[in-house]
Design a protein around this ligand. Structure first.
Ligand code: FAD
Ligand code: SF4
Length: 506
């Protein structure tokens, strides 16, 4: 029997770098030992971006230092120090003569399952991760009996629950959502604030060297690594975003510009997901910027919706639908992911630009992920599992609970509409309207078919045609199906031929 006074091993994972973590709150600094384990080297697959590896390892090392300074005993296993997480915990239990292990729930369904089966010589307690605002039980209760799960209704409940942007029970400004104001194309005269940038300190520099030596062939570039690796630096990044970018965040949220990675986006997702920032505190800071008159409501509401709405919603869907969710493939897609997703070597300027910035910065903003790399993969019929593996590997902020539903649900419609009410399919026209990519492209966005036509155009109609049985009943697709049906048969045939010629070359 484990007594109250028995020593515990407190396992802190790489995305649990929060001083206020549930497992740390439940521990006794004078008695318990914090265990942190860097990935066993073989677990790092070549598709994992080098910057992601450096970011997580450096942030873990800094966090361990901060815990030690705060009086904790930390047992830290560096890269290659153990061949498995389970093995590292078992050794630590024996080394410290511990009688129990405590961990905050991981954000990965498979690890959560594995913990139940761990044989480490001590019982394991898993605590709820209360850094999220909606518990599993609350999300299940919200989802119970609903025919459809729609983020917008969930979001309104979250606004009521948190009180964010609420005025006596009503939404501030008289509307829940100001998205209509948030779809402006880029303004070529605008200057974008430079991203908040942190020069690597000694610890980060050592990790950079280690990663270059251990994983030379991994995806992505390391030069220019400038991520925050401590909570203090992440707070400074938040300050910088609120001061310089938040006021225009809403208006240009969907805009894309070649060579501009961030525009007015926050680049805070990795810090939020790793625990360096706390979501509710971030939202309160952003709300205060509205209250003080610094930022307009469309920006502030739009930003808060991403965090208490989308972020919490996709997490709820992940835990509700796993493990089957991971195998979903409602459209029956099976094409391999094109090689250019790994190199950026394509003459489609939009994809070239987004993939190149992914290689150099481990970052792309939401519309780039959704409407460029995501839409193309879906229109081309790429196996959603390969698409998921790509997104999980290449972005600094990618963790299972958030990447899986965004990729399989929102971007690939592989879940058949659990997360999104329609597939995010679009012709080249959308990219042309929302970006400057088409101006430098070798393809002509105005042409529908033929070798010089923008490939998105024929692929879009061909996609709708191919999936007519599954999609034509969707109310939100009635218009495009009507347009397709009005086209002359030889025009339709031309489109089919163009799409299939392109896909063959792919
Ligand atoms: C195919 C695909 C894969 C994605 N994979 C991830 C992922 O692995 N990790 C991840 O954090 N986000 C993911 N997203 C969501 C979104 O693209 C990123 O959160 C956002 O681009 C991060 O950049 P930012 O911090 O500058 O965000 P901003 O545009 O500044 O938004 C503010 C914050 O809102 C949150 N947010 C916004 N949209 C979403 C969303 N759809 N889901 C969850 N949180 C959201 C993020 O925490 C973000 O930091 C994915 C989206 C798509 C379409
Ligand atoms: S023309 Fe088509 S392929 Fe080229 S940048 Fe525009 S949308 Fe992309």
């Amino acid at each position: 029997m484990v007594t109250e006074k028995a020593r515990k091993i407190i396992l802190v994972l790489g995305d649990q770098l929060s001083a206020d973590l549930a497992a740390l709150r439940a521990a006794d600094k004078a008695r318990d030992v914090v265990l942190m384990v860097e990935w066993p080297a073989p677990a790092i697959r070549v598709n994992r971006h080098k910057q992601k590896i450096v970011l997580v390892l450096s942030a873990m090392r800094h966090f361990a230092d901060a815990l030690r300074e705060g009086g904790w005993t930390v047992d830290y296993s560096e890269l290659g120090g153990s061949s498995s997480l389970q093995g590292a915990i078992k050794d630590s239990v024996a080394r410290h003569d511990a009688e129990a292990v405590c961990v905050t729930e991981p954000g990965n369904w498979h690890l959560r399952q594995a913990i139940r089966a761990w044989d480490i010589g001590a019982p394991v307690t898993v605590l709820e991760d209360d850094r999220f605002l909606c518990t599993h039980a609350e999300f299940e209760a919200w989802a119970e009996g609903r025919k459809e799960l729609r983020m917008e209704y969930f979001y309104r409940d979250m606004r009521r629950r948190t009180g964010l942007l609420m005025d006596d029970g009503d939404p501030v400004g008289g509307q829940w959502n100001f998205d209509k104001e948030n779809r402006k194309p880029p303004d070529t005269a605008r200057r974008y604030p430079p991203p908040y940038s942190v020069s690597p300190d000694r610890t980060t520099a050592q990790v950079i060297e280690l990663v270059e030596a251990e994983f030379p062939d991994n995806f992505g570039a390391l030069d220019g690594f400038d991520w925050a690796v401590t909570a203090t630096q992440a707070e400074a990044a938040l300050d910088d975003f609120i001061t310089h970018a938040l006021p225009d965040f809403g208006t240009y949220q969907d805009a894309m510009v070649g060579g501009e990675n961030y525009l007015f986006h926050s680049r805070l997702s990795a810090y939020l997901n790793m625990g360096l920032l706390e979501p509710l505190a971030v939202c309160r800071r952003v709300e205060a910027a509205f209250q003080s008159g610094h930022a307009p409501l469309n920006a502030v509401e739009g930003f808060i919706r991403q965090i208490i709405g989308w972020r919490e919603f996709v997490r709820g869907v992940y835990w509700l639908k796993m493990p089957d969710y991971l195998c979903s493939n409602a459209l029956g897609h099976g094409r391999p992911l094109p090689d250019f997703y790994w190199t950026g070597e394509t003459d489609m300027a939009c994809l070239k630009s987004v993939i190149s910035q992914t290689i150099s910065a481990a970052y792309a903003h939401h519309i780039q992920r959704l409407m460029v790399t995501g839409t193309f993969a879906m229109l081309a019929g790429v196996d959603p599992h390969e698409v998921h593996e790509w997104y999980l590997g290449v972005y600094a902020d990618a963790f299972d609970w958030v990447e899986v539903p965004n990729t399989l649900g929102m971007s690939q419609f592989a879940d058949g509409g659990v997360l999104a009410s329609k597939p995010y399919a679009a012709s080249g026209n959308y990219i042309n309207k929302m970006s400057n990519y088409c101006k430098t492209c070798r393809y002509d966005v105005k042409q529908k078919t033929g070798p010089d036509a923008c490939p998105f155009n024929a692929l879009y109609w061909d996609f709708l045609d191919r999936h007519r049985d599954t999609l034509s009943d969707n109310m939100r697709l009635r218009m495009p199906y009507r347009t397709w049906d009005r086209m002359a048969p030889d025009q339709q045939e031309d489109i089919r031929r163009s799409a299939s010629a392109f896909l063959e070359r792919l």
